[in-house]
Design a protein around this ligand. Structure first.
Ligand code: UN1
Length: 501
């Protein structure tokens, strides 16, 4: 067994899950490209069986009082606290995140569990004034049914937990199909969740895991007993999922591509801005859906900002995410690296000038792993390559002369996830966050577009798919609303003053 494979065994043992070393499919770590596990994939039959079992569990779970359902999520949060180090390290090994981000990912899971436990006592509907005497109108929120979760490699476990914690307190079973590039973290998380479900006395089959590729995902998406599909991934994937679910009048919640920008106004605090930009653009090796991909900088400060960023980029330690001090880990695989190279070729063809980075590194030590330098490219305008999302650490720099032009450039991309402005001008900050400003689901002032906390609703518009997850009232997506009118009088007045006999 390889070194990292042995480490995986150790981490699984600590978590209390059977080590994943039997199966037909190899699992590789992006850190070295070495094999770290073997698993078996599901097929259409096992998808059907899991969904059926989940659907069966729904009847009992739906009738369990919400605060009692909250105990399962409380237990999940408790176990995640206990296993934060082990699961966080597994995230680093499988997804290539630096240690702090691996731990942060598990922290995000714990945070949503805390939120969901509180919510389990606050799933409240409105009482609405009735126009009829002796009548009361109210809304109730009821459990929806089986929730299918399709997640991406880059937040291999947090995104499941955003969905699962809410879905579970809302009274729904959860069937999860993780990315093929992140099956081990999913298996470990599933083992933890299963333990929590047992402790809480939840019905069998309530929480299920499906491993596999597109065929398994499609079987889940098409299953008539899956009430909601929550899918995170590329816009291309969302375009396939949404019409399939809509065709059977199922519900979907989509978190798709982002092409997030920051506007740098002349009044910006540049020291603060540089720190925010470097974290958002180079952190996670540019592989967050919230990664900063475009800078729109006022011409008067463009040279200064670009110099400062290039200097900062030159000092970023690139290497194994398990090493102390590393800030930039590997790309997930060869395909991601090919995408990086293709985007830089296109950027150069479209008039771009690389001012920092641009190269693959550590190739001699790790021929099967893909480490690249975070890269800055000055662009003459918002060309085709700038408008597309490339899942790699490439930051395009565009210049503007007046704020209206900056806003127009900002919104002139198909995606609408996250955004930010760096300014100390109150008017610019307010305009940016107003209806006439950023068209994204997330619009920040003086922080970068990535690293959202759990309390707010997370998601975006346009090609990002329109879904909202995690905080605020995102829980409503996991429930169905019933409007009830109750007549406590001895008469039967009709609405709209209608007389009938
Ligand atoms: C993602 O990249 O799919 O806001 C999610 C952030 C994280 C979540 C990112 N809290 O960057």
């Amino acid at each position: 067994m390889t070194d990292l494979g042995a480490r995986v065994t150790d981490l699984f043992t600590r978590i209390g899950a059977p080590p994943p070393h039997a199966g037909a499919q190899q699992v590789r770590s992006p850190i070295t490209g070495e094999t770290i596990g073997r698993v078996d994939h599901d097929d259409a039959d096992s998808v059907g069986a899991r969904v059926q079992a989940a659907h069966h569990a729904f009847a009992a779970w739906r009738d369990t009082p919400a605060p009692v359902r909250g105990r399962l999520v409380y237990e999940l949060g408790r176990l995640l606290r206990e296993h934060q180090d082990a699961l966080g390290e597994l995230v680093s090994i499988e997804a290539g995140k630096i240690r702090s981000e691996g731990l942060g990912e598990v922290q995000e899971m714990i945070d949503i569990c805390d939120l969901a436990v509180g919510l389990s006592r606050q799933l409240c509907g409105l009482t609405i004034a009735s126009e009829r005497p002796g009548h009361r109108m109210m809304e109730q929120w009821h459990p929806l049914g089986v929730v299918g979760v399709i997640s991406a490699f880059n937040f291999p476990v947090a995104v499941w937990s955003w969905n699962a914690a809410l879905a579970l307190v809302c009274g729904n079973p959860v069937v999860w199909k993780p990315s093929e590039n992140a099956v081990l973290t999913a298996m470990a998380t599933h083992a933890i969740a299963t333990q929590a479900a047992r402790t809480a006395g939840a019905p069998e089959g309530l929480i299920a895991l499906l491993l596999g590729g597109r065929d398994v995902g499609t079987a889940l998406v098409d299953h008539p007993d899956v009430a909601l599909i929550s899918a995170t991934g590329s816009t291309r994937m969302g375009r396939e999922v949404a019409p399939r679910v809509a065709a059977r009048f199922g519900r979907y919640l989509l978190e798709l591509g982002g092409n997030n920008a920051a506007i740098l106004a002349p009044s910006a605090d540049l020291d603060l801005a540089v720190r925010g930009i470097v974290f958002s653009a180079a952190g996670t090796a540019g592989q967050r859906c919230t990664t900063l991909r475009r800078i729109i900088v006022h011409r008067s400060i463009a040279a200064d900002l670009t110099d400062r960023l290039a200097t900062a980029y030159g000092t970023l330690p690139i290497g194994s995410p398990l090493d102390e001090g590393t800030l930039v880990g590997p790309l997930i695989n060869r395909r991601a690296y090919d995408g990086f190279v293709a985007a830089l070729d296109a950027a150069r063809e479209q008039g771009g000038q690389v001012v920092a980075g641009g190269q693959r590194v550590l190739q001699a030590e790790h021929p099967d792993a893909y480490y690249v330098q975070p890269t800055i490219v000055r662009m003459p305008g918002q060309t085709a390559v700038v408008q597309q999302e490339t899942f790699a650490p490439i930051l395009y720099v565009l210049e503007y002369d007046d704020f209206a032009e900056a806003l127009a450039l900002h919104n002139d991309v198909p995606q609408g996830l996250s955004s930010s402005v760096f300014t100390t001008d109150l008017r610019e900050a307010e305009i940016f966050t107003s209806a006439a400003g950023s068209d994204c689901g997330i619009a920040n002032v003086n922080i970068g577009p990535s690293g959202a906390e759990i309390g707010g609703a997370f998601g975006g518009e346009k090609d990002t798919g329109g879904g909202r997850e995690s905080g605020s009232d995102a829980w409503k997506a996991y429930m169905r609303r019933a409007t009830n009118t109750v007549n406590y009088s001895r008469d039967l007045p009709l609405a709209q003053g209608v007389e009938f006999g």
